[in-house]
Design a binder for this molecule. Structure first.
Ligand code: ATP
Ligand code: MG
Length: 325
């Protein structure tokens, strides 16, 4: 058996917070550090990830997958010009016509599982509908993003709650009564205190006491990572802390803080130039931030240096504390 693929999904609820920029740069960084990486645009109909990689018109994309008889997933892989990094576009022949129902999502998820890579990165679209959440939940490492603004923090909270409740609902597919109860507990505009893990647990205890143990396991096995993007000062960093506390208090989910990325013109310039900022200038502040995040995700200390137009990477694997004297 081959090693299981590491699937990292980057989501966060609110639109325009930097999911695609961060996902692209994570993919570029992991590829440069020697992993075989595939970056995927799952934002069908509004896909624009290719532009961040300097690809103006993707030759193929998921739309072709549904409109033609492509059966070999490798046919959709596009070159990026970055070694070790391939790309799958969300676009194709009919951009904008994405009508992705849950059958199609299922087909795409099995497509993703058939690919050969060390890491697959899924760039998610905005929102918390099932199209988005199901991709997040298929990942082996879910990463949620927020900016310091309260509106973004609250949307990311709702995103985490939707992902958790969807997991619980799908786990009890064989019990429609439980599913109904869980789905009812997660209306999209739910306020924070009315739909908590604690309330769900008490309903389980009352109505389905035999299933409380499975519920607890689902909650404790859900451990997304958090990145705070567009940080301008120390105060902005507190947004991450606040979100961790809210999620712990109301959802009882442990979120791992992975790091932050500063607000920077270098990020914006790199988008205009259609080249990941990590590649354009690996020693800039946002690139250092990103290296920290990759370090936290892969348990390695990475350092990227650019000399004479070439990027060199030094990599040190972190030993777990159990090995230290
Ligand atoms: N760290 C940053 N510093 C400065 N600008 C940033 C930073 N991160 C993101 N941006 C700006 O935010 C814009 C939106 O980023 P991006 O397209 O990645 O968001 P998104 O969350 O993927 O949006 P959508 O939900 O529409 O897919 C970028 O074009 C860039 O101008
Ligand atoms: Mg995006």
């Amino acid at each position: 058996m081959t090693n299981p693929i590491n699937i990292i999904a980057v989501g966060g609820g609110k639109g325009g917070i930097g999911k695609s920029v961060v996902c692209t740069n994570l993919a570029a960084g992991m590829a440069l550090s020697g992993q075989k990486v595939i970056l995927m645009d799952t934002d069908f109909g509004a896909s624009n990830l290719h532009a961040l990689l300097g690809i103006s018109n993707p030759e193929h994309g998921f739309q072709d997958f549904f409109n033609t008889d492509i059966i070999d997933p490798r046919a959709l892989l596009l070159d990026t010009g970055i070694s070790n990094l391939k790309f799958v576009s969300g676009a194709g022949d009919n951009p904008g016509s994405a009508n992705i129902d849950s059958d199609k999502i299922g087909t795409i998820i099995s497509f993703i599982r058939k690919l050969e890579a060390d890491t697959i990165l899924l760039d998610l679209g905005p929102g918390t509908n099932y199209n988005v959440i199901d991709f997040f939940n298929m990942s082996t490492q879910g990463v949620v993003l927020t900016t310091p603004e309260m509106t973004s923090v609250m949307k990311t909270f709702s995103f985490i709650r939707s992902a958790l409740f969807r997991r619980i609902s799908l786990a009890f597919q064989a019990y429609p009564e439980i599913q109904k109860m869980v789905d009812h507990s997660d209306p999209t505009s739910a306020d924070i205190e009315s739909y908590t893990t604690g309330l769900l647990r008490s309903k389980f205890k009352e109505q389905f006491p035999n299933h409380t143990e499975s519920l607890e396991a689902l909650i404790s096995n859900f451990n997304p990572g958090l990145v705070v993007n567009r940080v301008r000062n120390r105060k902005d960093l507190m947004a991450g802390d606040n979100l961790l506390k809210l999620v712990k208090r109301f959802l009882e989910v442990d979120v791992t803080y992975l790091g932050y990325i500063i607000e920077s013109d270098r990020v914006r310039d790199s988008i205009d130039e259609m080249i990941p900022f990590l590649i354009k200038d690996p020693q800039s502040k946002p690139s250092e931030n990103l290296q920290q995040i990759i370090g936290a995700l892969t348990n390695t200390d990475l350092q990227f240096v650019k000399r004479d137009g070439r990027i060199f990477v030094s990599k040190q694997v972190r030993l777990s504390s159990g090995w230290e004297a």
